[in-house]
Every structure is written in C-alpha cells, then in structure tokens.
Design a protein. Structure first.
Length: 251
C-alpha cells in the first residue's frame, strides 16, 4: 500500500532511541523528510546516520531540552525554518517518574511539564501552519489508563488524552488529525530499568501479556506511520494501545 507520504515533513521528539527512533526511521523510509529532536546530540547523530544508510534523506538534527522554559517555541521555530514546514508532529519525548504518594509538588510539576505542558505548547505552536495548509497529523505517545503505583507521568498522560480529544473535533474540520498511542511494554531503556533480568522479563510476560512477549519499537512505529499518512484521513481523536493485549479495560 502506498501511504502517500513521499515529500511530507515530520518533527519527532524523543527521537534519539527506542520508539521515537523507530518512528523517525519508519517515516524516513516512506520518503518523509524528518527532523529529529532530543537532548543527546551524539545519539541523534547516530540515528541520522542510520536513516541515511537506509536510503532516507539527511535528517535535520535538533538538539533540544524540553525542560527549558521556552523550549517548545524555539523547537517549533527551528523545525519550521530548517524543514520548510512541519506536516507531521510526533510527540515521543516523555518519561516515567515513579514516586511515593507523599511526593512534593515539585515532583508532580516536573512530570506534568515534560509529559503534558511541553507537548501542548509545541503542538499549539505548529498547528497554525497545518491549518493553513489544510493538512496536519499530530501523534502523541502517552501511557496507561491502569496505574499500578504513583507516578507523576500518569496524570500528565491522562491530561494529554483529554486535551487531544477536546481539540480533535475542531481540527478535523480543518484537515488536521490528532491521536494518542499508548505503548505497552515496548523494548527500550525503560524496560531494562523496570525488568533488569531475563527471568523478571519472562515472568512478567507470562503473567501479564497474552502474546507472551514484549513488543518491538518497530511494531508501534507501523501504527504511527499509518496514522501520519493521508490513508488515515477518517480517523482522529483516538487513544490506541499497542500492548500485546496487556490492558484489561475494554475502552
């Protein structure tokens, strides 16, 4: 299937490794000119080299620390200047922040900043251009609806779901779609932190994941690329898990 992505442009945050890297590489393979953003320049340059080696166009490397107060505006401006425009935004930057129930307000604020506020700011900065061109795709990597312990990322991701859904109806009329993808246990640095031994990983898969294994970043990237394409024009406002059947809620 031709996904009709040739010549489109995309900005992917959190693109230095894991899911963000996989999405950047998959979009580039479809002929998308990508801008890749993260804090680690060395890792971004490695990803850029892999994209070129695979036959993709030279990516735009945008070293960015989204904790900085004006980071979203600066990143949006740099991406538009260097890519010419941004048709597709993939908000993959974020991170789990396990805490105790009595964590200070500063910890909850930090989790909200990275996992919601900067995403909202960056998206809002790029939406006017998408609306003007009558085409845009926003894809947010979010998190579980089944919190098992206190984590400052959980309320931030829930806010992201509600915010994305709340603006999706207005944007749909203007040619712009927005989606949230909920990663289950996808192989990444975080997986090795949560499940440091092979025995632990095997036990979790047997207990929690009907498919019996962790997912690969490329499997989630397949969905992201489809949602980013014109082929997904009749979909918006969704929250879609990629989890091997792990989540128990029906909706």
């Amino acid at each position: 299937m031709d996904l009709q992505l040739e010549g489109k442009t995309a900005l992917i945050t959190g693109a230095s490794m894991g899911i963000g890297r996989a999405i950047a590489m998959a979009l580039a393979a479809e002929g998308v000119k990508v801008g890749i953003a993260a804090r680690r320049s060395e890792e971004l340059n490695k990803v850029a080299g892999e994209i070129v080696a695979a036959g993709g166009a030279q990516p735009t490397v945008l070293r960015t620390d989204l904790y900085e107060a004006d980071a979203a505006r600066k990143l949006a401006q740099a991406a538009q200047e260097q890519l010419g425009r941004v048709d597709i935004l993939v908000n993959s930057a974020g991170g789990s922040r396990p805490v105790k129930w009595d964590a200070p307000s500063s910890a909850w604020e930090e989790g909200m900043t990275l996992n919601y506020t900067r995403i909202q700011e960056l998206t809002s900065a790029l939406l006017p251009g998408m609306v003007e061109r009558k085409f845009g795709r926003v894809i947010n990597l979010t998190g579980t609806n089944e919190p098992r312990w206190p984590n400052t990322a959980f309320p931030a991701k829930a806010a992201l779901h509600m915010w994305a859904k709340s603006i999706s109806r207005d944007l749909a009329k203007l040619g712009v779609t927005i989606h949230c993808i909920q990663p289950g246990r996808i192989m990444s640095e975080q997986i090795y932190r949560l499940h440091p031994t092979e025995e632990d990983r095997r036990a979790f898969c047997e207990r929690e994941i009907p498919m019996g294994r962790f997912g690969e970043p490329e499997e989630l990237a397949n969905l992201a690329v489809f949602l980013a394409s014109p082929r997904a024009a009749y979909m918006t406002g969704t929250v879609i898990p990629v989890d091997g059947g792990m989540y128990r809620f029906a909706y």
